[in-house]
Design a protein around this ligand. Structure first.
Ligand SMILES: [Zn+2]
Length: 258
């Protein structure tokens, strides 16, 4: 245990991560308790998380639903990640590039939790009103931010407001990004009421649907435990967007359900 901890500590020291940690957790004489080892925050680990391989879930035969969360990462995302981990549910996060730049450790935690990451533009601009070069820069800056934070390059994007056009289709095709829209929208950004969000999502969900929510709203994050409980009771399996389709998606094409 002591040797293992020493190895971790040495790796952290080399990465410079230990300078930010409380020196009180450093071992002096006795080996640290297991809980102390776990106390090293994920962001302090020097190695990038490994993306979880897609599971073999046949959504032609099972009642699948893809929960998706937009506009993060934000501090409220961390609580959602705890809920999803407790319930062993995988989701898909559509990330704003400038937020990834501010909170790279939360983007890493999303990936480490087995979730899928997608591109939601850099500044949350309406891409259907932007020039082709602006669309390209919004998306490529976000691809770079996500790659830098997590080591992965998304294959999915969601246009802000679901607003897309032929220019967005053409740019996303060239950038090898499928456009992911949604089939269920509880308007959780407008109605900040957990019970309302829960009721709308549970009543509108059908097998193969993609559900839009926003992890930047604490009211939505608070609705998720009951949404999962009630949909699971109806026999739903929670999958990422890529798992929902079970095959590579066509770049540039729009998808809202399987
Ligand atoms: Zn959005």
């Amino acid at each position: 245990m002591t040797r293992r901890w020493a190895g971790v500590a040495a790796a952290l020291a080399m990465s410079g991560a230990l300078s930010a940690l409380d020196p009180g957790i450093m071992p002096v004489a006795a080996a640290p308790a297991r809980s102390e080892l776990r106390a090293v925050p994920a962001a302090a680990r020097p190695v990038a998380p490994v993306p979880a391989p897609p599971r073999k879930i046949d959504c032609r035969k099972r009642k699948c639903v893809a929960l998706t969360f937009d506009d993060g990462p934000m501090p409220s995302t961390t609580k959602l990640l705890k809920t999803l981990a407790q319930k062993k549910v995988r989701a898909t996060f559509f990330l704003i590039g400038q937020n990834v730049k501010k909170k790279p450790q939360i983007a890493r935690a999303e990936l480490a939790g087995g979730h899928e990451l997608g591109n939601h533009s850099y500044t949350h601009t309406d891409l259907s009103r932007a020039s082709a070069s602006r669309v390209k820069s919004e998306l490529s800056k976000t691809q770079s931010a996500i790659k830098k934070a997590t080591g992965v390059t998304p294959k999915l994007m969601r246009p802000p407001y679901g607003a897309t056009d032929s220019t967005v289709a053409s740019v996303t095709r060239k950038m090898k990004l499928a456009q992911i829209i949604w089939a269920v929208d509880p308007n959780d950004w407008r109605d900040r009421n957990s019970k309302t969000v829960e009721r709308r999502v549970v009543s509108a969900t059908r097998p193969g649907y993609i559900v839009l929510m926003h992890d930047i709203h604490p009211t939505t994050v608070a609705a998720v435990p009951n949404i999962i409980k009630r949909l699971a009771a109806k026999g739903y399996v929670f999958v990422t967007v890529s798992e929902l389709f079970g095959k590579p998606l066509t770049p540039g094409k729009k998808y809202s359900k399987r």
